[in-house]
Design a protein. Structure first.
Length: 135
């Protein structure tokens, strides 16, 4: 395991989690809850540190944001920045798990299409499917 960041704010009812994990030739990023700008920056920094020493052309990226909540409008540029990073890093394959929220799914799809990221990933329903597709 490379990086875990779990937070729960009971006062605001906000739950955020992300985990970056490298196993063999697969980088698994699990995300859930809401991201604030500071938390998104922290995630981006952790991601950048993780991939900086990798030969990503031989690694599949699995993005499990199935429990990710829809972003606020002010967070969409950071969401786009993340997608641009994934494209820039030229992974062998990019596999994205279906989102539990139809609003999140619509939002991600719209941002992905705007930058061509929708042409770079395969959408699957389960983590088992993603792990098989990553081979």
């Amino acid at each position: 395991m490379l990086k875990d960041n779990y937070k729960f704010n009971t006062k605001e009812g906000i739950f955020l989690v992300y985990k970056i994990d490298l196993k063999e030739k697969t980088l698994l990023i699990t995300m859930g809850g809401f991201f604030t700008p500071d938390e998104a920056k922290s995630f981006i920094d952790d991601y950048e540190k993780t991939v900086s020493s990798m030969d990503t052309k031989g690694i599949s990226l699995i993005l499990d944001g199935s429990e990710l909540k829809a972003s606020t409008q002010d967070m969409l540029p950071m969401l786009q920045q993340c997608m641009e990073m994934y494209m820039r890093d030229n992974f062998k394959k990019v596999i994205v798990l279906d989102f539990d929220s139809s609003v999140t799914n619509s939002q991600i799809t719209r941002v992905a299409k705007s930058i061509g990221f929708d042409q770079r990933y395969q959408m699957v329903a389960t983590l088992d499917e993603a792990l098989k597709a990553a081979l």
